[in-house]
Design a protein around this ligand. Sequence first.
Ligand code: MSP
Length: 534
Amino acid sequence: MNRVDITKKTFALTTPLYYVNDVPHIGSAYTTIAADAIARFHRLLGHSVLLVTGTDEHGQKIQRSAEAKGLNPQEFCDEIVPNFISLWELLNIQYDRFSRTTAPNHAAIVQEFFQRVWAKGDIYLGQQKGWYCVSCEEFKEERELLEGNRCPIHTNKEVEWRDEENYFFRLSKYQDKLLEFYRDRPDFMQPESRRNEVLNFVNQGLQDFSISRVNVDWGFPVPENPKHTLYVWFDALLAYITALLEPEDKPTLEAALKKWYPFNLHLIGKDILRFHAVYWPAMLMSAELPLPNQVFGHGFLTKDGRKMGKTTGNTIDPIALVNTYGTDAVRYYFLKEIEFGKDGDFNEVRFIDVLNADLANDFGNLLNRILGMVKKYCGGNIPSVANEDIPAENPLKAIGLGLGEQVKDAYEALTFNQACTLVLSLVQASNKFIDDQAPWTLYKQGEQAAVEKVLYAVLESVRLAAYLLSPVIPTISTAAYQQLGFEIDFNNQINTSIVAPFQTHSQWGLLNCEQNLGVPQPIFKRIELPKNDE
Ligand code: MSP
């Protein structure tokens, strides 16, 4: 049974499958928040969306973390995984699939895929010598290492020397095909800087990479030789495909690939670009499967200027952050303040400033202010002004008319900060418009029609702003929409029924005087700086 509504465009995207060596930190939350905003935006467009997230549970890193806790690896993973699930709930992530690499149906997919690549003659036995970073689960070139043989990414971890028999995947065979693919599909890797990074890497010449390990028990046995376990990355990338199986499906590639495949987007951090933009397409070429449309590698978050990471121990607890400031606040800061694709910093003072300026002062106050004025000057009813009554030169209408399309372009390009900034420009213009027009004076002068036009233009602009920000701050947008008299919940935009379609709601001029306004309530309370903060 095909559950996809075939009349709708489908959009399938993934977050990375997170290592479960520890509970999630804000870095893992960052990718997931962005993925959720994209998924929500596509749902507004009326697409059938599948958002895949999950956990990567095999390999030496997890095996060692389990040993350190005195647990067997499966028990250890089962303890950690609920932390991811509950964090996604706290962050209001509406994912469709949670793919665990220890899920029973995954083994069959991995086995079938391995056999295909094996049958192609792309796997052979060889000797692997080199420096291995267990935290990255990746071999490093000697020239990449920091002083004291430390990993450039996990700077407090020493790499380990390996000299062992491994199975290799013939990556080198795919060098020309990959270059041809990148040429034909210039949008495949985004942003541009990542594309260049990958092109440089591939142009330097690709070497075959090892896809099995000896001395690591926690993984799938290599079908041809159970003394080896499969390299964790070979297994993990395939869990994207396993995620596509419906519960009633037989675990076969055919069943998994028939609905959502190929993926529209793999969203990842820049540290795992090679795996997604080089190894993964080559593996898929070998198995003769279609390639994903796009890989987007975002930047790294730093805290007060320093790299943050599970292994470096310098992390922010996303749960504490949400509990202190709220879900939408956290979502907003990371998407608005950081240029997606570039590195970005978390600094609590800046965080508070941005939220107070944008959400409390500009947006929240505007809604409150306008609802107060509508009550005072229009008896609490939406003024009976039609869109046509407002001239196109009205400064708010002038911005509002093109805004939907501009913001759409920004979301599609994953430039979330641009999307938010564009919306904010309408919000700021609205505050200025009220000051310039001074409806209180017009009211005193008995210019009721003019008052109503001003109020309508502002109400409509707040509505449009709330709508266009809903992928980022769905709960605040819902509160704003409900105060404007809509019975719409942006947390309930399920695939089958779009309650606020983009086609109509992204147009300036939708608000209608038949609608009753709701009860005004602050949508975002100003955050006060902790008193003893130095
Ligand atoms: N298990 C692999 C992914 C396998 S996908 C088939 C993995 N997991 S991870 O948990 O280490 O990292 C997951 C994601 O979190 C990566 O995209 C990584 O870039 C991101 N981040 C980890 N630390 C980060 C920051 N400090 N800042 C931003 N993102 C970072 O890699």
